[in-house]
Write a protein that binds this ligand. Structure first.
Ligand SMILES: Cc1ncc(COP(=O)(O)O)c(C=O)c1O
Length: 468
């Protein structure tokens, strides 16, 4: 039974919450330790159901202490921002609550998913491609590696993995950790993911890839999978796909493009050259839940050949589910999930709302704002740019005068900002140097938001220096 009062309250509360995303004075997070949260919240589930006021209190508390990823000072992660039409798509698909396995239960969503796959394939230049919505970039990478494994070793689908095959995968040394997980899940083993050297900007060096492949072949191993990262998680570097494609062709190795973070750059006429050669890849992981700001999860694996995904599935002779109604393919027949959320519709709502032009402009704006942030860093004598900006991230640190350990100082600076709730920025290591990583993933970010971030940073650093 729907409680109409609670529904009305909830929608009004959502409206207020969304409005407050644009309020600079509301914190990104009201930071509390886990012990404090346990004091504030009544986490255990009771025997009796909650009253109206208890229930609305839970909603209030949840919103109050959760991180506001739609706030423009949330610059911490590769996803951020609030996408209004996609939010509506999420609400309506959850209201309908269909599962993507069959046309029978998801007729409209099936047609929309097919349309989105076709559209995304047209950007990738996959002329007779296919694709499937998956549960994130990590799983897109997993299904890509599975597809590559099934190409070189189709019997493995039935017989299991034979270690004597010595399958080897090759990725940028700065590639995402999900490739090791994929190798682990597939029985290939994470040790068989070979890290290829990158240049000073984080891009894989093609001659190093060629060397690694030829050495592997000389050892009697079987290279089966290469991934180009577009863009790397910390530096935002794009691997040279076109050069890698030539090498992979020579060695007959599957080439995957991990565009989980930066794949959406393909929407921009100005910047899509970063993915030059994408049409020569075998598969492409593209996460609209990152740079397209679609609410999590919205992630796609595209494949260059139509039959690829069907070949991954070993037994679909399940007459209790796939009834082949209306001559439309059941998307479940090419998915490693059975029940599957409708993630295509929120993307379709957003793409319809903004149009292709709107999305082009949104990506261009994110890139322009990353450049603006880089320029601020270059101008400020207290800041040091640690790596030339490659795309949507800026890696830098604060350099106070005096004999101060810079890693310790910058980590404390980041933690102080996070705990104050004013701005959240993440960090990682370039070699042994701690780098603050500012990400422009929210395409609604403006210059004034970046100025505000650097004001917070300077004020926090000054307080730290004065209190020494
Ligand atoms: C380059 C890269 N690949 C893969 C992933 C994993 O994507 P997801 O978080 O959607 O699993 C990430 C996440 O940040 C990433 O940066």
């Amino acid at each position: 039974m729907v409680n109409k009062d609670l529904l009305k309250y909830s929608f009004e509360r959502v409206e207020k919450y969304i409005d407050s995303n644009n309020d600079d004075s509301s914190p990104v997070v009201k930071f509390r330790t886990s012990a404090e949260l346990s004091e504030i919240f009544n986490f255990p589930v009771a025997e009796e159901g909650a009253s109206y006021s208890e229930f609305t209190d839970y909603i209030e508390q949840y919103l109050e202490y959760s991180v506001r990823t739609g706030n423009k000072q949330f610059l911490n992660q590769l996803y951020s921002g609030f996408n209004f039409p996609a939010f509506l798509g999420e609400v309506f698909t959850v209201a309908a609550n269909t599962s993507m396995y069959t046309y029978e239960v998801a007729p409209v969503a099936t047609m929309i998913e097919k349309e989105m796959i076709n559209l995304m394939n047209s950007y990738a230049g996959y002329k007779s491609g296919d694709g499937i919505f998956v549960t994130g970039g990590s799983n897109a990478n997993l299904v890509a590696m599975l597809s590559a494994r099934n190409r070189v070793f189709p019997e493995g689908r039935f017989e299991g993995y034979d270690n004597n095959l010595q399958l080897k995968a090759f990725v940028n040394e700065q590639a995402h950790y999900s490739f090791e997980t994929a190798a682990n899940v597939l029985g290939v083993g994470s040790k068989n993911v070979i890290k290829v050297k990158a240049d000073k900007n984080g891009k894989l060096i093609p001659s190093e890839l060629e060397k690694a492949l030829s050495e592997s072949v000389a050892r009697g191993e079987r290279p089966f999978f290469v991934a180009a990262t577009c863009a790397t998680t910390l530096a935002g570097a794009y691997d040279p796909i076109d050069e890698m494609a030539e090498i992979c062709r020579k060695y007959h190795v599957w080439l995957h493009a991990d565009g989980s973070f930066g794949g959406s750059v393909i929407l921009s006429d100005k910047h899509r050259h970063l993915m030059k050669g994408i049409e020569m890849t075998d598969s492409f992981a593209w996460n609209p839940h990152k740079l397209m700001n679609i609410p999590l999860i919205c992630s796609v694996l595209l494949v260059n050949r139509k039959e690829t995904l069907y070949r991954n599935i070993t037994d679909i002779n399940t007459d209790y589910i796939f009834h082949d109604i209306d001559e439309v393919e059941d998307l479940g027949k090419k998915s490693i999930q059975c029940g599957r959320r409708v993630d295509a519709v929120k993307l379709w709502f957003a793409w319809k709302y903004y149009g292709k032009k709107g999305y082009r402009e949104r990506i261009d704006n994110s890139m322009a704002m990353a450049k603006y942030a880089e320029d601020v860093v270059k101008r400020d004598p207290n800041l040091e740019l640690l790596i030339d900006r490659q795309s949507f991230t800026v890696c830098f640190r604060y350099v106070p005068s005096g004999d101060i350990d810079l890693n310790t100082f910058n980590l404390e600076l980041r933690e102080n900002m996070r705990k104050s709730g004013r701005s959240i920025v993440n960090y990682g290591y370039i070699g042994k140097t701690l780098a603050l990583r500012l990400v422009i993933a929210n395409s609604g970010v403006e210059e004034s938001d970046i100025d505000l971030f650097f004001n917070h940073l300077s004020a926090t650093a000054s307080d730290m220096i004065n209190n020494r």
